[in-house]
Design a protein around this ligand. Structure first.
Ligand code: UDX
Length: 432
């Protein structure tokens, strides 16, 4: 089978490369010619473990190609994926201008039956809109299919999530389109991946509801962690105790400075907007959004507890990206935390293994360090914001020597409070 993937951002590139790995012929299309040039020279514009190898291998095998020529890519394809960005606008609704442009271009290139599949996260109702939009622009009698196939890829684990997903959701109101989609995912079917077939609208809503639920789960445990801080008990005990209930589940019960990234903040807001359009209130998700903002700011008193008044203090910050194994800085808690520290008169020197370049577009007024030890030398406290593996095994004696005073705010709970106190650190975590 031959498919086209429009948009070589995070989702499009991972999906295109992984479909090629399934043995399908994939043409990835983007309007950004510099990006396409890079990809054609085997330079991957994002940091995602394992992606470079898969791209290289499948390009060599002749199953994966990159182009700006949308027309020829669409003409030769049976399935066309929309994987363009739908970034949030100021009012929380997704900006659909790239999607609309892609729909216009695809409609202009239609030369026979194809299934048009949306992978981008889009408002409920977009599939129906696409059907009408394309129908108006093609020759009478030409038929096509419309489907929604939301992605559930975690950055940093995207390849594995694509190759071994918990489930694949295919939403369509047309049997023919569903058959084509099932064929496309046959390699996963063979490893017994559940394929969930739904209506178009349900698939569109599943994406928002899944992310809003996960954001709620994190926010819930953050709230209980704050309570643990006040009571003086350990959130990890509480999380274990509740997570073993199969109805609750152990995952996503890890407290921290609040969720970030490109999906949860955007999709929670988008869900409330969709609900608003349908005249329904979303009291839980509204509260989650508010509580997550609060959680970031709740990290500041923890640091103040260690160093007192922040004015004139020097903070060594480890980790900037919104989570490990990515350089993505979108809505990273590090942004708010660093800016608040600076506002209160502190200076911040930060180190992140991959996100420092990206960080320069998001955080103003911090210094960047050569490595973790350079970040903390002479600092009044060390603040861990992202749980990169390499921060889990710091030389703690060296850390103690380098810091002005041995003080650590571990906002990801990667160290054991007892051990740290024994080593002579003044230590604060989240809910411990
Ligand atoms: C998420 C969804 O998991 C994925 O299915 C969806 O398609 C896109 O959004 P991603 O944004 O890559 O993926 O990150 P994820 O690993 O899910 O983490 C999201 C945020 O929650 C991060 O900021 C992370 O630090 C935080 N988090 C996660 C917690 O604070 N506690 C947890 O227990 C889990």
């Amino acid at each position: 089978m031959q498919i086209a993937v429009i948009g070589t951002g995070y989702v499009g590139l991972v999906s295109g490369a992984c479909f090629a790995e399934f043995g399908i012929h994939v043409t990835c299309v983007d309007v950004d010619s510099s990006k396409i040039d890079k990809l054609n020279n085997n330079i991957i514009p994002i940091y995602e473990p394992g992606l470079d190898q898969i791209v290289e291998k499948n390009v060599k095998a002749g199953r994966l190609e990159f182009t700006t020529d949308l027309r020829s890519a669409v003409e030769k394809s049976k399935v066309v994926f929309f994987a363009v960005g739908t970034p949030p606008k100021d009012d929380g609704t997704p900006d659909m201008s790239f999607y609309r442009q892609a729909a216009e271009d695809v409609a202009g290139a239609m030369n026979g039956y194809k299934v048009l599949v949306t992978k981008s996260t889009v408002p409920v109702g977009t599939g129906k809109w696409l059907r009408d939009f394309v129908t108006e622009r093609i020759a009478d009698g030409m038929s096509f299919g419309v489907a929604s196939n939301p992605e559930f890829l975690r950055e940093g684990a995207a390849i594995q999530d694509f190759m071994r997903p918990d489930r694949v959701v295919i939403g369509s109101n047309e049997p023919e389109a569903i058959e084509v989609m099932k064929e496309l995912y046959r390699p996963l079917y063979l490893i017994e991946t559940p394929i969930v077939i739904t209506s178009l609208e349900a698939a569109e809503l599943i994406k928002y509801a899944a992310n809003a639920f996960l954001a709620t789960k994190i926010t819930f445990i953050n709230e209980v962690a704050n309570l643990c801080d006040a009571i003086g008990c350990d959130i990890h005990d509480v999380a274990r105790g509740i997570g073993m209930d199969n109805r609750i589940g152990r995952k996503f019960l890890h407290p921290g400075p609040g969720y970030g990234g490109s999906c949860f903040p955007k999709d929670t807001r988008a869900l409330t907007t969709v609900a608003d359009q349908f005249g329904v209130e979303t009291r839980i998700v509204d509260a989650v959004i508010e509580a997550n903002e609060f959680q970031r700011q709740a990290m500041i008193p923890k640091i103040e507890k260690l160093v007192g008044d922040l004015n004139g203090k020097r903070i060594g910050m480890l980790g900037l990206s919104f989570k490990p194994e990515t350089d993505d800085m979108r809505e990273s808690p590090a942004i708010d935390i660093a800016h608040t520290l600076i506002e209160r008169g502190a200076t911040v020197k930060a180190y992140d293994p991959v996100a420092m370049e990206e960080s320069k577009h998001y955080i103003n007024g911090i210094e960047y360090a050569a490595d973790e030890y350079d970040a903390i030398e002479g600092a009044d406290a060390l603040v861990i914001v992202t749980e990169w593996n390499q921060f889990r095994s710091l030389d703690l004696e060296k850390v103690k020597r380098l810091l002005k005073a041995p003080k650590i705010a571990d906002l990801r709970n990667i160290y054991e409070p007892e051990d740290m106190r024994e080593l002579g650190f003044e230590y604060v975590g989240v809910g411990r």
